[in-house]
Each structure stands twice: as C-alpha cells, then as structure tokens.
Write a new protein. Structure first.
Length: 141
C-alpha cells in the first residue's frame, strides 16, 4: 500500500465514525419499547455514507460534501468496481433527510428499520473487505 500516513489516518477516522453509526443502529434496535426506528434508519444511512467516503479516500477519488449515497457509490464504481449494485444502496438514501426531519412522508416502521439494518450489514462487510489493507494497519498498532 502506497499511501501517505495522513490519508490512512483520515480513512480510519471515517471508518471509526461509520462503526459508531453501525453500533448505534444495532443497539437501538434492541429497545423493546419506544424504539425510534427513524433513528435506526438514519444511522444505517450514515454508516454506509461514511464507508463510501472512506473507500473513496482509499482510492484517491475526490468527492463533494453530499449525503447522496448514489452519487458517492457511482464515483466509487468508476474508480474500482465493487461487488455491490446501486440497488443495494439506493433504498437507504431517503433516511438522510426523512429520518431526521418532520415532513410529509411515511413513518419508518420496525420492518423497514430492520430491513435497512440488514442491508447495512451486507454493505459494511463488502466495504471492510475493500478497506482491509488500511484496516489491518490499525490492528497492527
């Protein structure tokens, strides 16, 4: 791996934040009463967004400040084909806004939130595999 140490640090910072979002979604789903499914969905979207940004940094691809997972994914696919499809990621896009703000949209129920979390688990596995060279640096510390 031929990356500047500061780039490795930045990638690891994005991954750490993504993992925090993952743990938040996972934990909140354990609530037996009054589970905020919108919050679960938001953290799912955020986890994927941050993993995509880490992967873009890993491939030295510039990206704008956006929450649009499709835009980020398409940039990444141009740099290196990933074993994911845009259809695997696109459903999570709505949670960047709809899960955070009131509006005229359907509420997010338990089935939808759990479905979002299942999507994220699969995407996260792929992203961790694609970032394995950088993640192994952290484990060596």
């Amino acid at each position: 791996m031929n990356m500047a140490p500061e780039i490795i640090v930045e990638i690891l910072r994005w991954v750490e934040k993504a993992e925090n979002d993952f743990r938040n979604a996972e934990y909140v789903l354990t609530l037996e009463e009054n589970c905020p499914f919108d919050t679960v969905s938001y953290h799912c979207q955020q986890c994927v967004e941050k993993y995509l940004k880490a992967a873009l940094l890993r491939r030295n691809v510039e990206f704008s400040r956006t929450h649009d997972l499709v835009v980020l994914f398409n940039l990444l696919q141009k740099a290196e084909p990933f074993p994911l499809r845009v259809e695997d990621i696109q459903p999570l896009n709505r949670y960047a806004i709809e899960a955070r703000y009131p509006g005229d949209w359907e509420p997010i129920d338990e089935t939808e939130a759990r479905g979002a979390f299942e999507m994220v688990k699969k995407i996260r596995d792929v992203m961790k595999e694609k970032l394995e060279d950088v993640l192994s640096k952290k484990e060596q510390e």
